[in-house]
Design a binder for this molecule. Structure first.
Ligand code: PHE
Length: 351
C-alpha cells in the first residue's frame, strides 16, 4: 500500500532529522518539518480523505502511530537539550555519586522536620519567618525583655557570656555591654518590633544556648521557635486559638490543650501551656508542659518605642521537647550524635 510506505518513509526521515538535532532551534525546525500544518505528516493526512472506506482505518492508525513516535522522539530530544543546558550552566558534569532527588536517599533531620511542620502550620495563619542572631547583647536578651539584673537566668552559671564588651550604638540603654549566646529566641521579638511596624505576625525558629550540663533531657544548645503577633485589639483568645490550631495540626485531632497562669518577665499575663493526647504511647492522656506564652508586656512595647495602644502576644516552643514527645525519643543526646541508625528511622517523615 502506497500510503503505508510513505508513512514509513516519513518516520525513517524523522529519526534521522531528529537524531541530528542539537539545539532548541533545530528542534523547532524538525517539529515544523513533520508536524506543522504544512509538515509532511499533515500533508499525508489530507490524502486520507481520498482513500476507500476499507483502506482508511489501517492508514489512519499508521498515521497515529507515526505521529506519536515523532512526538516521543521530540520529547526525548528536549530532555537531552535541557540537561545539556543545565550541565553547561553548572560548568561541570553531574556528580553520579549523589543520590537522586526523591530516591529516599536524602531526608531532613527529625528536628528540622518538626521545625518545618511548625512553619508550615502557622504559615496557614499568615505567619512569616523572621531571622535572628545567635550572638546577642544583654539588652536584646534580657533588659529589653524586662528581665532585671537580679533574674537567675542572667547569672554566669546560666548564660554564656563573652569576655569582650561591645560599644552598642543602636540601643540607648547602656554605652557598653557584653555579648552573649542567646538563651532564648525571645530576642527576636525585640529585633522584629524595632524593624517592623504592626501588624506583625512572625515565627522565628533557631538555636539557643544555656549553661546546662548535658544529660538525657538537657543540652547546652537546643532549639526553640518563637512566635509574635502585634496587632491592635489582639487578646488572649487569639493566643489560645493560635496555639490550639498549632497543636491540633501537629499532634492530631482529639489533642486537648490547657493554659495555666505562669510568670515570664516579658509577658503579662503569662501562661504555661500543657497538652494531652491519646496517641502518645506511655505519655498518653497525661498533661504535658509544652510552651510558655502570654500577652506582650507594656514595658516591652515601651522599650521598642510603641505606644500604649499596642497589643500582641508571644509564645516560645521547644523543638527538641516536641520531637521527643511526638517521636517517643527519651534521650535528647540522640538528636545530636549523628548516629545514622537513629536518624534513618526518620527517613520517611512521620510528620
Ligand atoms: N522565652 C521563654 C523561654 O525560653 C518562652 C516564652 C516565649 C515565654 C514567649 C513567653 C512568651 O522559656
Amino acid at each position: 500500500m502506497l500510503m503505508i510506505a510513505k508513512i514509513d518513509e516519513i518516520l525513517r526521515e524523522a529519526m534521522v532529522v531528529i537524531g541530528k538535532v542539537s539545539s532548541r532551534a533545530d528542534l523547532e525546525a524538525a517539529k515544523a518539518k513533520f508536524l506543522s500544518p504544512s509538515g509532511s505528516l499533515r500533508e499525508l493526512i489530507k490524502g486520507v480523505a481520498l482513500l476507500s472506506k476499507e483502506e482508511k482505518p489501517a492508514v489512519g492508525q499508521a498515521i497515529n502511530v507515526c505521529k506519536s513516535e515523532i512526538d516521543a522522539m521530540l520529547a526525548a530530544k528536549l530532555v537531552e537539550i535541557e540537561s545539556a543546558e543545565a550541565e553547561s550552566l553548572l560548568g561541570e558534569a553531574p556528580d553520579p555519586t549523589l543520590s537522586k532527588a526523591g530516591s529516599g536517599g536524602t531526608f531532613c533531620h527529625p528536628l528540622t522536620q518538626i521545625k518545618n511542620r511548625i512553619v508550615e502550620i502557622l504559615g496557614k495563619l499568615g505567619f512569616s519567618v523572621a531571622d535572628g542572631s545567635e550572638i546577642e547583647t544583654e539588652w536584646f536578651c534580657f533588659d529589653a525583655l524586662n528581665t532585671p539584673q537580679s533574674h537567675p537566668s542572667r547569672s554566669e552559671s546560666d548564660t554564656f557570656y563573652f569576655d569582650t564588651a561591645v560599644a552598642v550604638e543602636n540601643v540607648a540603654k547602656s554605652d557598653s555591654e557584653r555579648y552573649i549566646l542567646r538563651a532564648h529566641t525571645s530576642t527576636v521579638q525585640i529585633r522584629t518590633m524595632l524593624q517592623q511596624k504592626p501588624p506583625i505576625k512572625i515565627l522565628s525558629p533557631g538555636t539557643v544556648f544555656r549553661r546546662d550540663a548535658i544529660d538525657a533531657t538537657h543540652s547546652p544548645s537546643f532549639h526553640q521557635c518563637e512566635g509574635l503577633v502585634v496587632e491592635e485589639g489582639t487578646n488572649v483568645c487569639d493566643l489560645k486559638a493560635t496555639l490550639a490550631f498549632l497543636f491540633e495540626e501537629l499532634i492530631g485531632k482529639g489533642c486537648e490543650m490547657r493554659m495555666r497562669p505562669s510568670f515570664f518577665p516579658f509577658v503579662s499575663p503569662g501562661f504555661e501551656v500543657d497538652f494531652r493526647s491519646e496517641n502518645l504511647g506511655k505519655l498518653s492522656n497525661r498533661w504535658i508542659e509544652i510552651c510558655g506564652c502570654g500577652m506582650v508586656a507594656p514595658s516591652v512595647f515601651k522599650n521598642c518605642g510603641y505606644g500604649d495602644d499596642a497589643a500582641g502576644f508571644a509564645f516560645g516552643v521547644g523543638i527538641e521537647r516536641l520531637a521527643m514527645l511526638l517521636y517517643g525519643v527519651d534521650d535528647i543526646r540522640l538528636f545530636f550524635k549523628n548516629d545514622a541508625r537513629f536518624l534513618r528511622q526518620f527517613a520517611t517523615p512521620m510528620l
